[in-house]
Design a protein around this ligand. Structure first.
Ligand SMILES: [Zn+2]
Length: 311
């Protein structure tokens, strides 16, 4: 089975061999790179408007004086090569550059594939840069090297690289094919998703799947099947998607009451009604959670009464 994963549809050549020699700011000054802009909190700068409502929005490429203004004092990273051009991302705050900013979580599913891949990589790096400022061995400040793909300690020379934390996400069905959805205590009321969690140190993802489902909702599953993986830079996760069937035919989920407030199984009709009435809302279309749910449902999930859930 192949899932439609909007953030990894396109292709960016990471041009790893270039990283050691490339100086992103010099590429920008020489006009030898496409320059995109991201806010490390997850936002991307887009072209003001699409040519028509059916066109995909594009990441805005800065030109001329705009580049000079945006690059001043900002971190610039070498993202890779797309459509034959080097791409540099300027990492800045939305307050510094005016324009049409949107969160990748909301707009990612509509972006052109290559632009989505660029945005995903740029935000993964930017998130790491904003969080990793000091050496994890000696505590001294670090300096970005390798085009932004490594950080070197100014005191002890230790090198650190951007990491992604392995996480699992699983669509669980009972023996009637009903899907398990859960509401996390931290989410807005009515928002539900499938079960997910981080892989623990020394644990394999397959084992993590069964453990998370048992911990969060007290349900035993049969051996899970791996489906697909999508990076998710809002929390630097590498989300590994699975499907699984419950061990007993119709178990009753028991929410752990701490992380998960409630959980239940939905038939296709029950889910349709609950989404259309606005009783619950589902994950955004850029997420692997949505892709797994869409695959189970058969088509795009219905929106709520006010168009909610369109993202
Ligand atoms: Zn150090």
């Amino acid at each position: 089975m192949s899932l439609d994963l909007p953030l990894v549809r396109g292709h960016v050549d990471p041009a790893v061999a270039l990283r050691e020699s490339v100086v992103p700011a010099a590429l920008v000054r020489a006009g030898e790179a496409d320059v995109i802009v991201v806010d490390p909190s997850g936002f991307v700068l887009l072209d003001e408007a699409e040519a028509s409502s059916s066109d995909a929005p594009l990441l805005r490429r800065l030109a001329g004086d705009e580049v000079v203004r945006a690059a001043k004092g900002a971190t610039a990273s070498f993202i890779g090569v797309a459509r034959g051009r080097s791409v540099v991302a300027i990492e800045t705050s939305r307050d510094e550059v005016r324009g049409r900013w949107e969160h990748l979580r909301a707009v990612g599913w509509r972006l052109d594939g290559d632009d989505a891949a660029l945005a995903l990589t740029a935000l993964a790096l930017a998130g790491w840069h904003s969080n990793y400022r000091f050496c994890s061995r000696c505590g001294a400040p670090v300096q970005l090297v390798s085009g932004g793909w490594a950080a070197r300690c100014e005191t002890c020379d230790r090198l650190e690289y951007p990491r992604q934390d392995p996480a699992i996400i699983v669509l669980v069905q009972d023996h009637d094919g009903r899907v398990l959805l859960a509401h996390n205590a931290l989410w807005r009321p009515g928002f539900v998703s499938i079960i997910a969690g981080y892989v623990e140190a020394g644990e394999s993802p397959d084992v993590a799947v069964a453990r998370e489902v048992a911990e969060e909702v007290g349900v035993e599953i049969e051996t899970p099947t791996y489906v697909a993986t999508q990076p998710w830079p809002f929390g630097r996760s590498q989300m590994m998607g699975y499907q699984a069937r419950t061990a007993s035919p119709f178990p009753t989920p028991q929410a752990d009451g701490v992380e998960i407030e409630w959980a239940r199984f939905y038939s296709r009709d029950e889910l349709t009604r609950a989404l259309e009435s606005g009783e619950i809302s589902a994950p955004g279309r850029a997420s692997i959670a949505y892709a797994l749910l869409r695959d189970w449902y058969g088509t795009d999930l219905p929106s709520g009464p006010d168009g909610a859930g369109r993202n």
